[in-house]
Design a protein around this ligand. Structure first.
Ligand code: CMC
Length: 427
């Protein structure tokens, strides 16, 4: 058996043998297949990249049929059970688990970059009181590039490390400021005596210089961030890679990722789930809601996934986190509606035949709400979690000799050449 594929172009009768490497053929190998000498050659047409590998990656492995997710080879269940978020970030960014010394140095570097330039607080205060925090976040993170012009030195490994530390350290501070902004509360500045999660929670919830930390809720938040830390070539990561491929600075590239995450089909789904549960209102209304989804009137938010065609392993872990959190906070009343939605959907032919299962966003919003975060803030928390993944994927893209500026092709289906009609002659 040779690792090649032979195709016959029935337009010309010519035969081509193309190499198969890692279960793929190179789309550019198709270009040699021409019907006429001057055509551009055969292209692969794949809207939404349903079956196209855009890169080689060593970061995250997913088997969507078996419900497997691994970071750098380590099963997500084991990482979430044992690691801290910064340890997970180190793993994703550096490729290996840190030693105790390496972890301490990494934690220190991040800790001492948590402050942001005070001008950032000035422009944040220019946002309307009801501005969506994701809109503010993508603007503020993009603006960081103007504070750190050295971030343009993307080919310098030291500069890349500094920007990585700045992103990991300052995005939680900005995220916490947005939370305070929406409430008209004064900003709480970072505290270096607290850990990464403890500091973030303190910056969001401290009132009058006081906040009583709840270790169970803090660990739950940490696990949620770990579960969101990377998910290979999803929409926002592809956005970071694609924008980063123009060789723009990492703050601008990550801000593109935040924009992509904002959408309701991606990270915005956790917010959409809560709005959906509010709309359903009562367990008694669940069957009617399911029928309306089946009739094409909207989607069951938090269900379905491009890659997972079985139970999302993150959703399984999140259900366990939910138990811990609700034990502390009391049951979120909307949980009953969510559980009933899941029960019916998992038995219903419509969802079963399409292999639609709860995804990471189905239960996470209920937990964030129980922790005291408002609905429009959920996707910001997702962004905090996904940050190391975006940076790791950006770095991998930059170091990949095969990558160039991302620039897909198209099939032009518009008008053929026609003479321009002056304004006065247009009917
Ligand atoms: N509710 C009802 N029907 C659905 C849903 C859903 N949530 N998801 C997919 N379908 C149906 C869809 O209508 C289609 O049916 P048909 O074959 O009859 O036309 C079939 O399932 C396949 O759907 P698709 O749109 O081709 O699937 P996709 O891979 O393009 O979309 C998805 C994946 C996640 C965008 C989609 O499942 C969806 O919109 N889910 C709801 C939003 C959501 O929860 N997003 C979070 C995704 S996970 C975390 C993240 O990425 O942030």
């Amino acid at each position: 058996m040779t690792d090649t594929i032979t195709v016959v172009d029935n337009r010309t009768g010519r035969e081509y043998t193309l190499p198969i490497v890692d279960g793929t053929i190179r789309a550019s190998d198709l270009a040699q297949i021409r019907a006429e000498g001057d055509d551009h050659g055969l292209m692969a047409y794949d809207p939404a990249y349903l079956n196209t590998a855009s890169c080689r990656s060593t970061i995250t492995f997913i088997d969507g049929d078996k419900g497997i997710l691994r970071y750098r080879g380590y099963p997500i269940e084991q990482v979430a059970e044992t690691a801290s978020f910064l340890e997970t970030a180190y793993l994703l960014l550096e490729g290996e688990l840190p030693t105790a010394t390496q972890l301490a140095a990494w934690e220190d570097d991040v800790k001492y970059h948590t402050y942001v330039h005070t001008n950032i607080t000035k422009f944040l205060s220019g946002f309307r009181y009801d501005a969506h925090p994701m809109g503010m976040l993508l603007g503020a993170v993009g603006a960081l590039s103007t504070f750190y012009p050295d971030a343009k030195d993307i080919h310098d490994p030291h500069s890349r490390y500094v920007q990585r530390v700045r992103l990991m350290a300052k995005v939680p501070t900005i995220a916490a400021f947005l939370f305070r902004h929406s409430r008209g509360l004064p900003y709480v500045f970072p505290r270096n005596d607290l850990g990464y999660i403890g500091n973030f929670v303190n910056m969001t919830f401290e009132i009058g210089g006081k906040h009583e930390p709840n270790p169970v809720l803090q660990r739950a938040l940490e696990i949620l961030l770990i579960l969101h830390a990377d998910h290979e070539q999803n929409c926002s990561t592809s956005a970071v890679r694609s924008v980063g491929s123009s060789q723009v600075d990492p703050f601008s590239a990550v801000s593109a990722g935040i924009a992509a995450l904002y959408g309701p089909l991606h990270g915005g789904a956790n917010e959409a789930v809560l709005r959906m549960l509010d709309e359903i209102g009562d367990v008694a209304n669940v069957p009617a809601f399911i029928e309306s989804v089946k009739a094409g009137k909207g989607r069951l938010m938090g269900f379905g996934h491009r890659v997972y065609k079985s139970y999302d392993p993150r959703a399984k872990l999140i259900k366990r986190v939910a138990d811990d959190v609700f034990e502390q906070t009391g049951l979120n009343p909307k949980l009953k509606i969510a559980v009933e939605l899941e029960r019916i959907a998992l038995e219903d032919e419509y969802f079963v035949s399409r292999r639609l299962y709860p995804n990471v966003d189905f239960y996470s919003g209920l937990i964030y709400q129980a922790m005291g975060y408002p609905t429009d803030y959920f996707t910001v928390l997702f962004a905090l979690g996904r940050l190391p993944g975006w940076i790791a994927q950006w770095e991998e893209m930059l170091r990949d000799k095969e990558q160039k500026i991302a620039r897909p092709r198209q099939i032009y289906v518009g008008a053929a050449e026609r003479p321009f009609v002056p304004l006065a002659e247009r009917g």
